[in-house]
Design a protein around this ligand. Structure first.
Ligand SMILES: Nc1nc2c(ncn2[C@@H]2O[C@H](COP(=O)(O)OP(=O)(O)OP(=O)(O)O)[C@@H](O)[C@H]2O)c(=O)[nH]1
Ligand SMILES: [Mg+2]
Length: 207
């Protein structure tokens, strides 16, 4: 089946169109996802400052515990968080926080999500099952999010509607594809999130 999304541009407005709700300037955004889906890669790709990373070498102790079939060649992992920054335009600076992917470090999410306006859920379709727990946690915390499928070449290619159904996501939640290694593609993912946040803010104001 064709990967419908591979041709689909990232949804959302151009950077110059993005205006923050309530005139805010700096926004905290979290990049979250399972183990090895490319969170650190994405933060590093878009950050205009040298990213802060907390990578540690993986050891034999993690074998059989840390699981992502796509991350077999990986030899470091985030043990606390990633941090980066990107200026979208003169009014809008995003402070990017990447979460640790290994579940034994998920307790750190409490601090990482504090004050976050939104999140990008990064997905590797080889380990999609981890998204259920992540999305449930975001919904519990009432953190708005978009889903960005990181297009690893070896990963199964599913049409966006099938992914939406599999993840039980409302039609309004953007699902896009990206290449976390690519600055422009990762920036588009962030713009898609900002566009979504603006839509939510406008909908709330009209109530
Ligand atoms: N082919 C391909 N490889 C990628 C892509 N994004 C990341 N990678 C590679 O996949 C591996 C995982 O990247 P990380 O950025 O460490 O993943 P992570 O989600 O931060 O991992 P944890 O913090 O350990 O959960 C790295 O070796 C990247 O170079 C992508 O879009 N395509
Ligand atoms: Mg990482």
């Amino acid at each position: 089946m064709d990967y419908v999304s591979s041709d689909a541009p990232a949804a959302g407005p151009r950077s110059t169109d993005v205006q923050l709700p309530h005139g805010a300037r700096g926004v905290k955004v979290v990049i979250v996802g399972g183990f090895g889906v490319g969170k650190t890669t994405m933060v590093g790709a878009v950050s205009e400052i040298p990213p802060l990373t907390t990578e540690e070498t993986m050891t034999q102790a993690g074998v059989g515990i840390d699981h992502n079939p796509g991350a077999e060649g990986k030899n470091t992992t985030t043990v606390a968080m990633d941090f980066g920054r990107i200026s979208i335009n003169e009014q809008l600076i995003l402070y990017l926080f990447g979460t640790p992917g290994q579940e034994r470090f998920w307790f750190l999410w409490n601090g990482i999500f504090e004050g976050a306006l939104g999140a990008v859920v990064l997905v590797d379709t080889r380990s999609i099952e981890v998204c259920f727990e992540i999305i449930t946690r975001l919904e519990d915390r009432r953190v708005p999010f978009i889903v960005a499928v990181n297009t690893f070449p070896e990963a199964p290619k599913h049409p966006i509607p099938a992914l939406r159904t599999a993840l039980a996501l409302n039609e309004s939640v953007p699902i896009i594809t990206c290449d976390a290694r690519d600055r422009s593609s990762s920036r588009d993912a962030l713009l898609s999130l900002m566009g979504y946040l603006c839509t939510l803010a406008a909908a709330q104001e009209s109530v």
